[in-house]
Structures are given as C-alpha cells and as structure tokens.
Write a new protein. Structure first.
Length: 295
C-alpha cells in the first residue's frame, strides 16, 4: 500500500472500506471528496483504492468552494496541476469549484461515498451540506467526515485552549492574547512581533471562517436530511495512531464499532478530531394497508 502523507487520509479510507464492505457491487466505487482543498486525500485514494480493490471501476471526484475565504486565491488551479502530476491522469473534469450556496454538481443518487477531511468545522450551513450529501448518495451509500467538534478543548488552528468556546470576538482575542503570553499557542511559531494584532486577526479568523458544532446538533441536522449518524468510528482514529507509533501495519478494515466505541467517542470529542459517519439507509418499508386475510 502507498504510505499515507497523513494518518487522517488512511483512517478515512479505512472507514469507507469498513462501511461499504460487501455493499458496492463488483467492487465499483464512486467517491466524492467535499472540500478537497489541496487534493492530497484524493491523490492518496487514487493510489490506494486500486490496490484494495483490484480490477474495480473507480470514479473519484472532488469539489471545493471558492467564496469561503479560508483558501488563498488561485489554489484550485494548483490543486488540479498537483493531482495531474501525482497521478498521471487529468483531473480538470473531476474537480469543481463552486460557491457555498450552489447545489453540488452531481446527479441525484450517483455516488457510493462522500468524504471530507477537516471541513465540517468550516462549513457555514450544515443543513445544506447534509441535504446535498443525502441527495447525491445512492441508497446504501455512506459519508465519512473527520473534523474537530465544538467540544474539543484546544482550538486546533491556533492551539489555544477554549478560544472557540467564547462567543464575542473581544473575548476570543483576549483568550488568544493571554494564552500566548503564557507560551501556549502558535504566536511564536508564526514569527510575528505584534501579539495584539495577531490576537485580533485570529479572532477574526475564528469568527468568520469556523463554525464549530456539537455532536447533538450535527446528529439533529443529519436526521433532518434523513441520514443515519454515528460517531462510533472516532476511537479507531486513535487506535490507528497508536498502531503507527508502535510500527504496526495499518488496518484498512476496522472491526464493527459497538456501544463501547460510542462511549469512548463521547470522551475523545474533547481531545481531537471526531469521525462522523452518515448512512443513507432506506431499509424501513410500510406494511401493506390491506393484508391478505389469513384463510
Ligand atoms: C482546512 S481546509 C481542508 C482542506 C482539505 N480537505 C484538506 O484536508 O487539506 C477546509 C476546506 O473546507 C472548505 N469548505 C468550507 N466550506 C465548505 C463547504 N460549504 N463545502 C465544501 N467545502 C467547504 C474550504 O474551502 C477549505 O478548502
């Protein structure tokens, strides 16, 4: 298997493989990376999936939004060029740049999997995001998202404890200032000299470009889109990290998570990224209105 540049990529692949095991006919897989950024996850999937699914028909797509503001101008053309160079095939037709308010450019029920890495904490409208996920997934399809929840104790972009728990930007800026004065945060590494300016600029970043959600609000939004939500794969990310640290081979099929994984996920949501899995499961059907009388 190709080495993953980031354990997050390997984990997302393993969750997709675990969830779709036996559910993608002929090993066929059409997958979308929503908020694909620099395309590194897609590049990894394009190399790893043919090894996990030899001979399978693979159809990979990605899109990002151009009006969010978290990415620099011109990044999307660079993503296409990098992916072309890394995989030897053209990605121009497979990647799309849209607006946050646009419908996703894919037909209804056309995809087996939708994934995202470090995106949901930036999405402005999760209701819209999940409704589009539900629309483009085939029945039986799955969606896998790795991202920090609002519960996480240390804000992961700034490495400042609780900075994202404050509502007002003055309080956020104070938290950034005080934390960095105590040596906690990224101010020194950013090689900036004006802590006050740094604190205000990064408070602005948190206010405008992040939108942290709790487990409960995301489960409710998923339900509104008629998607089944679980965070039970969250502990598997930590197990994958421990295996990598111990030099053990990576796993690409996880054990089916049970209730204990659910409890562990509740605790781990305070530590780092959580794994949200959304399933488009349409297994319930209404009983017949007038059942045949039993003779
Ligand atoms: C931290 S970057 C992560 C990029 C990439 N997934 C990665 O792992 O490097 C967050 C990404 O989310 C994207 N984003 C923000 N809102 C979005 C939305 N509503 N739909 C899709 N992508 C969105 C941003 O444009 C940005 O590329």
């Amino acid at each position: 298997m190709p080495a993953a540049l980031s354990l997050t990529h390997q984990h997302i692949l393993a969750v997709v493989e675990s969830e779709l095991a036996g559910r993608s006919p002929g090993g066929r897989l059409s997958l979308l990376d929503a908020g694909c950024g620099d395309g590194l996850l897609l590049g990894y999937l394009a190399r790893a999936l043919p090894i996990l699914r030899p001979g399978a028909e693979l159809d990979l797509h990605g899109f990002d939004v151009g009006d969010h503001g978290v990415q620099q101008a011109g990044y999307f053309d660079r993503t296409i060029a990098d992916l072309d160079a890394a995989t030897g095939v053209s990605w121009r037709e497979r990647l799309a740049l849209i607006s946050e308010r646009d419908p996703w450019p894919y037909a209804d029920a056309s995809l087996d999997a939708v994934v995202s890495n470090q995106v949901l904490e930036h999405v402005a409208d999760h209701g819209r995001f999940f409704a589009e996920t539900a629309r483009v997934l085939r029945p039986g399809g799955v969606s896998v998202h790795l991202f920090p929840l609002g519960h996480v104790a240390v804000e992961p972009h700034l490495h400042v404890p609780f900075a994202h728990w404050f509502g007002g930007s003055d309080a956020i800026a104070d938290a950034i200032r005080w934390s960095n004065r105590l040596g906690i945060g990224r101010f020194r590494a950013a090689a900036e000299t004006d802590l006050d300016r740094y604190a205000r600029a990064h408070a602005d970043f948190l206010v405008r470009f992040t939108n942290y959600r709790t487990m409960a609000t995301l489960i409710a939004e998923a339900k509104r889109a008629k998607l089944h939500a679980t965070f039970r794969y969250t502990p598997h990310y930590y197990t994958a990290k421990l295996r990598a640290m111990a030099g053990k081979p990576a796993r690409y099929r996880y054990a089916v998570p049970g209730a204990l994984h659910g409890l562990a996920a509740m605790a781990l949501r305070y530590v780092s990224s959580a794994t949200l899995v959304l399933r488009k499961d349409e297994s319930y059907s209404l009983p017949a209105l007038h059942p045949e009388p039993v003779p």
